[in-house]
Design a protein around this ligand. Structure first.
Ligand code: DGY
Length: 328
C-alpha cells in the first residue's frame, strides 16, 4: 500500500513532484487553520505530515492514528508537542543549518537598521522632510567597535557574532547554557552571566529557542539592567519577551531602540504600538525568508520525510528517542 502524506504551505511544485513519486500527497497550500475539515480528513489517513507555521496539538494527533513522521519546514519546533510526539513514536524533523546564514543576515540587518535609523530616516526622505543637511536629531550610533551581547550562542547566534566580530570589529559577549571554547578562540568571544551581559552590551541580540525556561526571559527587570543607549534585537521568538515591558522600556528611554523580527502574536495585531514607534524596526518574521533559503528548507523537509517514511534515519531529527523506539 502506498503511504500518504499531508502537506501544507511552503512547498514548490518540484518538491510536490518528488513526494508524489513515492507517496500519495494531499496538499493544502492555503491552509489557514488546523480545523479545516478536508485537512483533518487527509490527516486521518496520513503517514507523514510536512509544512510550516501550524500549531500541532495532542488533540490533532489523536485524529492522526497512522502518523509516523512530521517534517517541519523550520528550525524552531515550538509549534510541536515534542514529548507527546516522542511518546507516540512519531518522528519530528526540522531544518537546521540551511537557514543559519540567512537568519544571521536578518539579525545583522536589524542591528544596522536600528543603530543607523535606516527605516525611520528613509521614511523622512520619502515624506519630503529632507530640506537641509541632517543634524544631531537624525544621528544614529556606531555599530563597529561596539559590544555585541549574544543571548543564545547556537548556530545562528554564532553566525551573527561572526559578522560582528570579523566584519565590524565588535567585542562579542555571550550567555549560553554551555561554554563555547571554539567560538571563544575563533571570535575572541567572552562568556558572561546573563545579567552581566545585559549591563555591558551595546547590542543585545536574542537567538535562544523558545522553551519553558526562555519564555519571558526578558521583562522589566532585564530591560532595566541594560544601558539606556542599548539596542535590543530579537530574531528568536516573540514569547521570549514580555512585550508590554519592552514597549515600556522603549517609551521611557530605558533602552534606546529595538529591531524585532518576531512578536508575541504574529501577524502583529493592528493595535500594537510597536510598528508605529520611531525607535523600533519591525519586520514580519522574515528571518529565513529568502528565495534560496526557503527552497533549501523545503528541500530538507522533503528529504527528511522521504527518509523517515522509508525507514531511513532523517537528516535532521529532533526526537532521537522516537527513532530508537521505532527501530526496536
Ligand atoms: C524557523 O525556522 O524556526 C524560523 O523562525 C522560520 O519560521
Amino acid at each position: 500500500m502506498q503511504k500518504r502524506i499531508t502537506a501544507f504551505r511552503r512547498l514548490g511544485q518540484h518538491h510536490l513532484e518528488q513526494l508524489s513519486e513515492h507517496f500519495h500527497v494531499d496538499y493544502f497550500p492555503e491552509l489557514d487553520s488546523a480545523d479545516d475539515p478536508a485537512f483533518r480528513e487527509a490527516l486521518r489517513e496520513a503517514h507523514g505530515l510536512i509544512g510550516a507555521s501550524l500549531r500541532i496539538t495532542p488533540e490533532l494527533l489523536d485524529d492522526a492514528p497512522n502518523l509516523e513522521a512530521i517534517a517541519s519546514i523550520s528550525v524552531g519546533v515550538d509549534n510541536y508537542p515534542v514529548d507527546e510526539l516522542t511518546r507516540r513514536d512519531i518522528l519530528l524533523c526540522n531544518t537546521p543549518d540551511v537557514l543559519t546564514e540567512t537568519t544571521a543576515d536578518t539579525g545583522f540587518s536589524l542591528i544596522m537598521a536600528s543603530a543607523r535609523r535606516v527605516v525611520e530616516l528613509a521614511d523622512f526622505v520619502k515624506r519630503g522632510d529632507w530640506t537641509e543637511s541632517v543634524g544631531p536629531a537624525q544621528f544614529g550610533s556606531d555599530v563597529h567597535g561596539k559590544t555585541l551581547g549574544m543571548v543564545g550562542f547556537g548556530r545562528i547566534g554564532a553566525a551573527v557574532a561572526r559578522r560582528g566580530a570579523l566584519g565590524f570589529g565588535m567585542k562579542v559577549l555571550y550567555s549560553n547554557a554551555s561554554p563555547k571554547p571554539d567560538l571563544e578562540r575563533e571570535l575572541g568571544a567572552q562568556r558572561r552571566e546573563f545579567d552581566e551581559l545585559l549591563a555591558e552590551a551595546d547590542f543585545v541580540c536574542v537567538t535562544v529557542p523558545l522553551t519553558a525556561e526562555t519564555t519571558h526571559l526578558f521583562g522589566a527587570e532585564q530591560f532595566a539592567r541594560m544601558k539606556s543607549s542599548a539596542i535590543f534585537v530579537n530574531i528568536a521568538r516573540g514569547q521570549v519577551v514580555d512585550e508590554p515591558a519592552l514597549i515600556d522600556a522603549l517609551e521611557t528611554g530605558e533602552i534606546r531602540a529595538a529591531g524585532l523580527d518576531v512578536f508575541a502574536k504574529e501577524p502583529l495585531p493592528a493595535d500594537s504600538p510597536l510598528p508605529r514607534m520611531a525607535n523600533v524596526v519591525a519586520l514580519p518574521h522574515i528571518g529565513s525568508a529568502t528565495v534560496e533559503t526557503r527552497d533549501a528548507m523545503a528541500q530538507r523537509a522533503v528529504d527528511n520525510i522521504l527518509r523517515a517514511l522509508s525507514g531511513e534515519r532523517p537528516i535532521s531529527l529532533v526526537n532521537d528517542e522516537a527513532w530508537t523506539s521505532r527501530q526496536g
